[in-house]
Design a protein around this ligand. Structure first.
Ligand code: PLP
Length: 397
């Protein structure tokens, strides 16, 4: 076992259970361990590395900006923020954007925005606002966010929890219709649930949810931290159903695989509830984050990564469907956000991930039965073909 793993085991909190590999270098869709062994990265850091590892254009922007100016805080203006906001608003078609750092912070920001909108615009009685979320959701790890998680492991012994959240089954628009009442501020939803095991809701679900939200003056808030920025073969996954969320939440790949950058987008009628002093973050949209975030969006467009995800996603999905094994229960997903659910009678997802690791393919199990396959969008067809041959070998064992 590597000495680096021993150090983490000795000094680190044991809140993760990583696969036994120490990575030291990355390039594109490939990473290398301490001994120089290459791996094809089919995880891309839970979709944070959609642009590939150490993208040269992003590294250039990062280093130039780091050498010039990084953090001044929002007490002043940094010269990179405005262009980042403009690029994001124009690309996603919103009037306003509010940058934060991690995904969870962006979700917290959206929750605060929805509550304040409910009290000051919709005129919900003070402290009565409700936000509806879905079973199986994953929106982050803060106390308020885990307050509406339905995963026992994420909640146990972390109470007391934040009130004001209602949970309904995922993929069931009639449950949303029943749950909405005069106090409902927003419906918070992932267009595809990633952490829950790449769960794709029924066709038409999000469209119907949008219709219900509009009808009842409820904000539709789509958490596209994982599904956004091309991952599912559209710029944002909501586009598959021609849905325009009232509030779009982005993170992960927005930092170009280099630094944490997240963002909430909305129109002025909603975003303008925020006034100086009522919300913020020392690092939210800091000079370096703004420069890298803008470059990450530029590269996404310049390199056609959205179309690439769609094309390669179809190619890879077709290949996955050729895998014949009684251990495979279902293959699902969109674009390059795919999952193989195994039948626990015949296979254990972690064992398959370990066998793939041995063969030079990085993947990761979620919920014991699903293997996540979400490579950087810059991956090549040849690399995906290689992954398919390894999957075939592992599943035939
Ligand atoms: C859909 C979704 N929302 C929120 C988050 C939380 O993001 P972060 O880990 O950056 O706080 C994640 C992370 O996996 C996610 O997948």
């Amino acid at each position: 076992m590597s000495q680096m793993i021993d150090l983490v085991t000795q000094y680190g909190a044991h809140n993760y259970d990583p696969l036994p590999v120490v990575l030291v270098k990355g390039q594109g869709a490939c990473v290398f361990d301490e001994k120089g062994k290459p791996y094809i990265d089919m995880m891309s850091a839970y979709s944070a590395v959609s642009h590939g590892h150490c993208h040269p254009a992003l590294i250039r922007v990062l280093t130039e900006q780091a050498n010039r100016l990084s953090v001044v805080s929002r007490a002043y203006h940094a010269d990179t923020l405005g262009l980042f906001l403009k690029t994001a608003c124009e690309l996603f078609n919103y009037e306003k954007a509010l940058p934060m750092n991690t995904g969870a912070e962006a979700v917290e920001t959206a929750i605060k925005m929805a509550r304040k909108w409910a009290y000051t615009v919709k005129k919900v009685a003070e402290n009565k606002a409700e936000i509806i979320s879905c079973s199986g959701n994953f929106h982050g790890r803060t106390v308020s966010i885990i307050s509406f998680s339905t995963e026992p492991a994420y909640r146990a012994h972390f109470g007391p929890f934040t009130p004001g959240f209602v949970t309904i089954p995922y993929g069931d628009a009639s449950a949303l219709a029943s749950a909405i009442n005069e106090n409902t501020a927003a419906f918070l939803v992932e267009p595809i649930q990633g952490e829950a095991g790449i769960i794709v809701p029924p066709e038409g679900y999000l469209r119907e949810c949008e219709r219900l939200c509009r009808k009842h003056n409820v904000l539709l808030m789509c958490d596209e931290i994982q599904t956004g920025l091309g991952r599912t073969g559209k710029l944002i996954a909501s586009e598959h159903e021609a849905v325009r969320p009232d509030c779009l939440i982005l993170g992960k790949a927005l930092g170009g695989g280099l630094i944490p950058v997240s963002m909430v987008l909305a129109d002025a009628s909603v975003m303008s509830v925020f006034k100086p002093g009522d919300h913020g973050s020392t690092f939210g949209g800091y000079g370096l984050a703004a420069a890298v975030g803008k470059a990450a969006l530029d590269v996404l467009v310049e390199e056609n990564l959205v179309a690439r995800a769609e094309k390669l996603g179809q190619f890879f999905m077709n290949g996955l469907k050729q895998l014949k094994s009684k251990a495979i229960k279902e293959i699902r997903g969109k674009g390059l956000m795919l999952g193989i659910e195994v039948d626990p009678r015949y296979a254990c997802a972690r064992d398959i991930c370990l066998a793939l690791l041995e063969r030079g393919v990085l993947s990761k199990e979620t919920h014991e039965v699903t293997i996540r396959l979400a490579p950087p969008l810059v991956i090549s067809e040849a690399q995906l073909t290689e992954v398919l041959s390894h999957l075939k070998a592992v599943f035939s064992q």
